[in-house]
Write a protein that binds this ligand. Sequence first.
Ligand code: 5RP
Length: 236
Amino acid sequence: MSGELSPIDKAKFVAAKRAADFVEDGMRVGLGTGSTAAWLVRCLGEMVREEGLKFRGVPTSTRTAELAREVGIEVVSLDEAKWLDITIDGADEFDANLNLIKGGGGALLQEKIVATASDQMVVIADAGKEVETLGAFPLPVEVIPFGWQTTQALIEETLVSMDVLGRSATLRMNGDAPFVTDEGNYILDLHLNRIGNARQLALVLNQMPGVVENGLFIDICDIVVVGYGDGRVELR
Ligand code: 5RP
């Protein structure tokens, strides 16, 4: 399955393959979104088809649901599963405390709901995602389309009052139109450079009218499986 891969894809693949070993028969498993999570879904599909692994998967996006079905994973909704044994997902950044920025793929809302409803969240990432301080990756914030420019202005004003370094919030686009999430919302990407107090920012953002959820995952992740281009894997 891994064939001839570029170092970055190899890093994602080996992290995903190692994390697939966490999945056991009978588990209810949250399936993340993104290119690294897609490797995981393919690995798990292979284990279902070739080793007879039996588990139920709860996808965090329509993309992941399609891929999971395609590779032979039994897909159920979160409400059917009720609670999950484990969620395995990618991330855009992680720090030494295993706090994350997620949402580069626009699926942060379902990802946060699913991860929070799990006994354990395992993140799979290539080594380039490890940072000292979160924030170089633009922080995705999911907002209601109604009045999104007012929400954008409110976020920018709040960032100024919090003395956060970078202050621009840009609407994520998909060609000429706004990018629309699975829930029909928009994404504002906050260009912050460095997030000094991620916990406080996450709380403040979620209190604003119009904001649905933000991409800071604080105290949610339990383990990060880090993959390297030479095939090494480390657990944090
Ligand atoms: C999607 C996500 C992804 O997990 C994150 O963007 C990482 O993606 P990739 O594995 O493609 O680098 O949060 O909303």
